[in-house]
Design a protein around this ligand. Structure first.
Ligand SMILES: NC(=O)c1ccc[n+]([C@@H]2O[C@H](COP(=O)([O-])OP(=O)(O)OC[C@H]3O[C@@H](n4cnc5c(N)ncnc54)[C@H](O)[C@@H]3O)[C@@H](O)[C@H]2O)c1
Length: 263
């Protein structure tokens, strides 16, 4: 409960977190924030090599800032429910689990009438079923920890479409529905919220727009805050929602878009 006069720092000291898809991009920035704020942080990613490299770099970076950190990594494919279950047991053994950030995701540019069915299936499996598998495996551990939280990474596409195609928009809308449901099902013990990023400068974004400066310029002109978002912009919001500073917030979907979507 909030203390009226006491001071509270934003801190994850004594807490443990799993961040999926954290070898690069937004997930990596989230892992950096949570570890830097004191959480034992486990990076999961399909790409073990990049995950190991990210963990090493982040450990060095945090150490150079005088921040003790406990960063671990594991190669995990979130579409495999058995691997997810055993890896969650492993991540929670010892200190338990306080925070789950479901960030791993994928997209591709597709028109509905020509979209290969396996692309639809695979996108839903990574973005939506993967998120569900991770929540399912984490819930028994989270329930044991006071102040536990799940933060799901959705997308503005859940609101306005886009992001490559209907497979992506539908998967992200599914994540937001799951968020709202779990917030009810898991209250009062575990809080569950989503963030909806839009136009964040990651490899995903660069792959699409690096060679299209005119399109980039057009997008920039649509953003009232006049810059492309950075992974840290999302990481800060995720850290807030996962922390005790958001102790009275659950079932919320936070759009982070520099004001682009509604103006
Ligand atoms: N970048 C944006 O503008 C933007 C906008 C809206 C939403 N998002 C969402 O934010 C999240 C992160 O996006 P990003 O831009 O950092 O993407 P990214 O492609 O840079 O990173 C995604 C990470 O997820 C990992 N991953 C993919 N499939 C996986 C699986 N099956 N198991 C485990 N890991 C897997 C990848 O290896 C990669 O490291 C995604 O869910 C994405 O949909 C991004």
């Amino acid at each position: 409960m909030a203390n009226k006069n006491g001071w509270r720092d934003l801190s994850f000291q004594g807490k443990s977190a799993v961040v999926t898809g954290a070898a690069r991009g937004i997930g990596r920035a989230v892992a950096y924030r949570l570890a830097g704020l004191g959480a034992r942080t486990v990076i999961w990613d399909l790409d073990g090599e990049v995950a190991e490299q990210a963990a090493g770099e982040l450990r060095q970076l945090l150490a150079s800032q005088g921040r003790a950190n406990r960063l671990e990594w594991k190669q995990v494919d979130i579409t495999d429910p058995e691997t997810v279950a055993s890896s969650m047991e492993e991540a929670a053994s010892g200190d338990g689990l306080d925070v789950l950030v479901n960030n791993a995701g994928t997209t591709s540019v597709q028109q509905t009438e020509t979209m290969p069915l396996d692309v639809w299936d695979r996108t839903l499996r990574i973005n939506l079923s993967g998120t569900f598998y991770c929540c399912r495996a984490a819930i028994p551990h989270l329930k044991r920890k006071p102040g536990a939280a799940i933060v799901n990474i959705s997308s503005s596409s859940a609101l306005v479409g886009g992001g490559g195609g209907g497979h992506y928009a539908a998967s992200k809308a599914g994540i937001d529905g799951l968020t709202r449901h779990l917030a009810r099902e898991l209250a009062p013990g575990v809080r569950v919220n989503s963030v909806q990023p839009r136009t964040i400068d990651t490899e995903l974004f660069q792959a699409r727009y690096a060679h299209a400066p005119l399109e980039q310029e057009k997008i920039l002109n649509q953003i009232p805050l006049r810059r492309i978002g950075q992974p840290e912009d999302i990481a800060d919001a995720v850290a807030f929602l996962a922390s005790d500073w958001a102790a009275y917030i659950t079932g919320q979907i936070l759009l982070i878009d520099g004001g682009r979507t509604y103006q």
